[in-house]
Design a protein around this ligand. Structure first.
Ligand SMILES: *Cc1c(COP(=O)(O)O)cnc(C)c1O
Length: 392
């Protein structure tokens, strides 16, 4: 079960297994639950820590309709990684970045007529047509064109032959909250914007509003279909991470597991302490496993105190708080732990499973923040259960 690759690279002691097969299954399931909708995969922040290049290429192989990133630099990275699928950049281009969409065939977001005109000038100079998506502000963080300016912006895009209107979109903050109808009011505002674009004869082919937490809420998927949405953007769901509580009507598999090898087995004597704060002195002799995984490897893990990891198929309580590059686990109830044993920090071992959602709840983080790991944690990619493809 342990990776041959890791064995060869004897220096690898902490790694993340990225199951590209699970990624493909998640995409299939999402497609199945959203008939007729184009699916855009959001791979910003290095594909939520899963690796933008390998994940982007895998999604492209699986037939994703397009990819979404936060900024131009991430888009260029994907092009250099061999992605030919459409790429939408969420942040509108800065004045210094106006040439990049034309040069790298990146879809640009525009949120004002002035941005559209500046982008058109740069596209003309480059002699290329640039695809644009207009983002509409429906009440979230001031992102997007105010609805009152939408038709002027659409007119400015239509007046620029170097720009091709590809999409109209918004992002629903309410979908990330606990309420079944969260995001519905924003979606209704978006519906008015869609109607205004339609009335002006300028409704593009791609109309998108829903992201991961909205995809299993019939109230939102139904309303989106009614107002004419034709696409969804999802990140977390593709990675099998649930952003909101509730039973998943779409069964999604986690894509990332995080593992480390026990580096030492030692013991705390009565009165010894397990971390700098010297808070909890061991009341009794405590056998401990040292794991090469500290807060530099996953900042949230220093909040693991009170949590567990898995060794030999059993839960081992984390002792104290993690150090920069290691942490201690209490192995009193797990006999025969040896250096080199594989420990699971996120994922399954034996009958036990630790999910990103559990860690998020314990650490107060958003679930999508959990897979953002430090640079020491090597990522290993598998396309099926038996074979490893690449190491990054
Ligand atoms: C990050 C992001 C998404 C993806 O959100 P998930 O909840 O991960 O699906 C979609 N749209 C926009 C505009 C985003 O910034």
């Amino acid at each position: 079960m342990t990776g041959t690759r890791t064995g060869r690279r004897g220096s690898t002691t902490a790694w993340a297994d990225i199951d590209l097969h699970a990624l493909g299954r998640n995409l299939e399931r999402l497609r199945h639950g959203l008939p007729g909708q184009a699916v855009f995969g959001v791979v910003k922040a290095d594909a939520y820590g899963h690796g933008a290049g390998p994940v982007g290429r895998a999604l492209q192989r699986f037939g994703i309709d397009g990819l979404v990133v936060a900024d131009m630099g991430e888009g260029i990275t994907l092009r250099r990684a061999g992605i030919t699928a459409p790429i939408l950049v969420i942040d509108p281009p800065l004045p210094s970045q106006l040439r990049l969409p034309a040069l790298h065939r990146l879809g640009a977001t525009v949120t004002s007529a002035a941005e559209a005109r500046a982008l058109a000038t740069a596209a003309n100079r480059a002699g290329r047509t640039v695809e644009v998506h207009v983002r509409v502000n429906t009440g979230f963080a001031g992102f997007g064109v105010p609805r009152a300016e939408l038709t002027d912006l659409l007119a400015a895009v239509a007046a620029a032959p170097a720009l091709r209107l590809e999409g109209l979109y918004t992002h629903l903050s309410g979908a990330y909250g606990p309420y079944e109808d969260g995001g519905l009011a924003e979606l209704e505002r978006f519906g008015e914007a869609v109607e205004a674009a339609r009335a002006a004869g300028r409704l593009p082919a791609l109309v998108h509003a829903l992201s991961s937490p909205a995809l299993d809420r019939p109230l939102l998927t139904g309303a989106a279909a009614r107002i004419g949405c034709t696409a969804v953007r999802c990140g977390a769901a593709l990675f099998g991470i649930r952003m909101a509580d509730g039973d998943p009507p779409l069964p999604l598999a986690p894509v990332m597991s995080v593992k480390a090898r026990v580096s030492r087995v030692t013991a705390l004597e009565p009165g010894d302490v397990a971390d700098y704060a010297a808070a909890g002195a061991a009341p009794r002799r405590t056998p401990v496993a040292v794991l090469p995984f500290g807060f530099a490897d996953g900042h949230h893990l220093h909040r693991l105190a009170g949590g567990v990891l898995l060794i030999r198929g059993r839960p081992a309580p984390v002792l104290g708080r993690a150090f920069m590059s290691s942490l201690l686990a209490d192995v009193t109830d797990i006999p025969d732990v040896q250096p080199g044993d594989e420990a699971v920090l996120i994922g399954r071992q034996g009958d036990h499973r630790i999910t990103a959602e559990t860690l998020a709840a314990r650490s107060g983080l958003r679930p999508s923040a959990v897979p953002l790991l430090g640079p020491r944690v090597v990522r290993r990619y598998r396309s099926n259960a038996a074979r490893e493809d690449q190491t990054e």
